[in-house]
Design a binder for this molecule. Structure first.
Ligand SMILES: Cc1ncc(COP(=O)(O)O)c(C=O)c1O
Length: 383
């Protein structure tokens, strides 16, 4: 795979290594977005089919990406927190049960469960990362499995840690949750689109994914997949389009108690968003054409040498076996001045994220070795 920077609009002098914050838009995605804004200026061009066909296509593209056989299990959501709130609304735990998650999860995937824990009198079990550098990822995974017990009602976790890219062994976690009868909820926001994910293999209960990072879509649209455990549940809101026969515009006031099939009942209101839906679909088409395995392989090749160089300078980075390649955290030794390093990176227009004493680097196909060389040079200067 060749570097794909030419089909984005990133300025040549910028090294954008921050897809985990926001992806840039593909030129093709910007164009369709502009065309759809223009369409709204002439609303007589928006026809009934525009409410249904584009969302059907979007569901089907996401289903392909996660290898889900039935696109009707995919719901259109405005944010990860919305998709998680739907899960929380439909989970009934018993007093004394627990919810397992890891340390420093993204807040949308913590506050939801804090509320549920209060309302249903259950315990939150937070599994801390080991302090040791050696075998950190493997030990963390072991601790997660040990934390899941007969009282566990739900495990909610990312495929990778959003701050440092530690990979969680979802297959082992699924086996363990299966043994104790707990639900498994995956936040795929920092991995799906850049790291392989297979619903058939994993059989999770729900997968939630914001769309503006590795799905390369615009802000305020994401996708969620809900498994059979959520069939016949209660949505967060009651919108007209989620009801059966909503395609019959003339009959909308023949109020209908039944919902559309699958997970369509969990769609956000105005799910047909005529601007955001085609933008996200265009991005997913490109990701599927590239292939997720190729994206991951490209990033792995891109970061391998620079990571070795950074390790040689005494910066700490998770082992390759326990870490994805599209997102990694660099922890600084105590003597390095973070502010100075940050300033240098800004001067060089190298964009990364800062998380406590760590720096998060998240490349994609628009990056080339030159971007990583410039990054390593700034780290080298700081030592
Ligand atoms: C792991 C993870 N989940 C979810 C989100 C976004 O959550 P929301 O869509 O609720 O704003 C982020 C954003 O950084 C994230 O890193």
């Amino acid at each position: 795979m060749k570097c794909q920077k030419a089909i984005f609009s990133l300025p040549p002098e910028v090294s954008y290594l921050n897809c985990a914050y926001q992806s840039p838009l593909l030129r093709s995605v910007t164009s369709i977005g502009r065309a759809m804004v223009d369409q709204k200026a002439t609303p007589f061009r928006i026809v009934k089919d525009d409410f249904f066909a584009p969302t059907e296509k979007l569901r089907s593209l996401f289903a392909q990406l996660i290898h889900a056989p039935d696109p009707k299990r995919v719901a259109i959501i405005p944010s990860a927190s919305y998709g998680l709130a739907t899960v929380a609304r439909n989970i009934r735990l018993q007093k004394g049960q627990n919810i397992v998650m890891v340390e420093e999860q993204f807040p949308s995937n913590v506050y939801t469960w804090k509320r549920l824990a209060q309302e249903q009198t259950v315990q939150l079990k937070i599994v801390n990362a080991p302090q040791e550098d050696d075998q950190r990822g493997a030990m963390w995974n072991k601790r997660i499995l040990e934390a899941i017990d007969e009282q566990t009602g739900l495990v909610t976790i990312g495929q990778v840690h959003w701050a440092d890219g530690t990979l969680f062994d979802l297959e082992a976690i699924r086996r363990r949750t299966g043994e104790v009868g707990a639900s498994l909820i995956i936040d795929g926001t920092q991995s799906i689109g850049a790291y392989p994910f297979d619903v058939r293999l994993l059989q999770p209960d729900a997968v939630i994914c914001a769309g503006y990072k590795w799905l390369m879509g615009p802000y305020s649209i994401g996708l969620a997949w809900y498994g059979p455990r959520f069939d016949n549940g209660t949505p967060l809101e009651e919108n007209w389009i989620s009801r059966l026969n909503s395609e019959d515009f003339g009959g909308l006031v023949n109020y209908e108690d039944r919902y559309q099939p699958g997970a369509l009942r969990y769609d956000v209101g105005e799910n047909s968003n005529f601007i955001l839906v085609p933008m996200l679909s265009t991005a997913l088409e490109q990701i599927l054409a590239w292939q997720v395995t190729e994206i991951q392989a490209y990033c792995r090749e891109l970061v391998r040498g620079p990571i070795e160089d950074l390790r040689a300078l005494d910066f700490k980075i998770e082992d390759e076996a326990s870490r994805c390649a599209h997102l990694f955290g660099i922890r600084l030794p105590a003597h390095i001045n973070m502010d100075r390093l940050k300033h240098r990176l800004q001067e060089e227009q190298i964009y990364v994220s800062y998380r406590g004493d760590a720096i998060r680097v998240s490349p994609h196909l628009y990056n080339e070795p030159h971007d990583l060389d410039r990054l390593v040079a700034c780290f080298q200067e700081s030592t």
